[in-house]
Design a protein around this ligand. Structure first.
Ligand code: ZN
Length: 363
């Protein structure tokens, strides 16, 4: 009997994923990252493919878009393999498990890529004028004080909470997490060009999905909403065909991010939103599973601490290790109950997507 599908580190997660994929008879390919992990180990995005290489319908399950959130998604992917869910695939179906699309963030317990970029703000057209976020501009100094003493933390937190008192907490969330393109050392930074992780995901799509007429997507996230509940987020508007298909597959609790129904802020540059454009030959039906962890304030404090650490501190110091424990706890609840909720809701979403794809190619 296989042990827990969850892992304490990226290196352990990668080992478990490769072992489970090999056991399942999947074909494996690795996209090696230019940097190394904190243990000096190799970083890579691994793709496990189950089913025919030229399958008409493909379910793509992606972990680690936001690095440290990969503890959740990796566990769900390994569990999917351990359970033998691939036995449900008909002859026209395949599943691509993309493990750790942001392996640097996973290994270093960060939400961002090694370019300090939020991958889900990076899928924009950089030849066009960049989105503006004046509210973030006004708060940028408070987001990241020069020191991380208790006094500096409290003073800067007071400024942010003062903004929330004046404009409402949702306005603070929108200002912080809506994405910004001016402060490369800040949080929720969208970058100045395509990151390694974006280029890798686009390469995987190009190389592996060009024969598919129907593509389902499940992208795993954590950190927003009630603890353990997975909101099924659709990027597209509720009036779109993609949203309607997602609701048919996954049920009436799907929530449109761009339509303002979701726990997520409205944002530009998330890859789920970009996927239909990248896969213009296919019908794309995708959701993000967004699992709640801890209070939003705790999540924001952990992100600010990690942001300060990599700008001004030493991640390998004792202080750095304490901040790493803080950010990991904000995005990964290491309890039996939370693990069970992750796997249960993931199992359902995977079966729903496979059933949806099966109907699509039978029609
Ligand atoms: Zn996320």
């Amino acid at each position: 009997m296989a042990g827990s599908p969850f892992s304490a580190t990226y290196a352990e997660a990668r080992d478990k994923f490769l072992a489970a994929a090999t056991e399942a008879g999947a074909s494996l390919s690795a996209y090696v990252h230019p940097q190394r992990g904190p243990d000096g180990g190799e970083l890579a995005t691994d793709v496990a493919w189950v089913g025919p290489a030229d399958a008409q319908a493909v379910l793509v399950m992606v972990s680690g878009t936001h690095g440290v959130e990969g503890h959740c998604g990796s566990g769900a992917q390994v569990d999917w393999l351990h359970r033998g869910e691939y036995a449900r695939l008909g002859p026209k179906l395949a599943v691509a498990l993309v493990h750790a699309i942001n392996p640097y963030g996973f290994a270093w317990s960060r939400r961002v890529t090694h370019e300090n970029v939020d991958l889900n703000r990076n899928f924009i057209d950089f030849t066009k004028p960049l989105p503006q976020n004046p509210a973030y501009d006004g708060l940028a100094a408070a987001v990241k004080p020069l020191t991380w003493t208790e006094t500096a933390r409290n003073e800067s937190r007071e400024i942010l909470l003062g903004y929330a008192r004046e404009h409402g907490f949702p306005a603070l969330v929108q200002a912080m997490s809506g994405g910004q393109y001016r402060h490369s050392d800040g949080i929720f930074y969208g970058g100045s060009g395509p990151t390694w992780s974006r280029r890798t995901l686009e390469a995987i799509f190009r190389e592996r999905l060009s024969a598919a007429s129907d593509v389902g997507i499940i992208d795993y996230h954590t950190g927003l909403g009630p603890e353990g509940y997975a909101e099924q987020i659709v990027s597209a508007l509720p009036t779109s065909d993609e949203y309607r298909r997602a609701a048919l597959w996954h049920g009436l609790a799907v929530a449109s991010q761009s339509g303002g129904e979701s726990v997520s802020a409205k944002l530009a540059g998330d890859w789920l939103d970009a996927a239909p454009g990248l896969l213009g030959h296919a019908r794309v039906t995708g959701i993000a599973l967004e699992y709640g962890t801890v209070e939003s304030n705790q999540v924001l404090e952990a992100l600010r601490a990690d942001n300060w650490l990599h700008a001004h501190g030493d991640p390998l110091s004792a202080e750095g290790q304490a901040i790493k424990a803080q950010i990991r706890a904000a995005f990964y609840v290491d309890t039996q109950v939370w693990h069970g909720m992750v796997l249960g809701q993931s199992l359902i979403a995977g079966r729903q997507a496979i059933a949806g794809l099966t109907r699509a190619v039978a029609a």
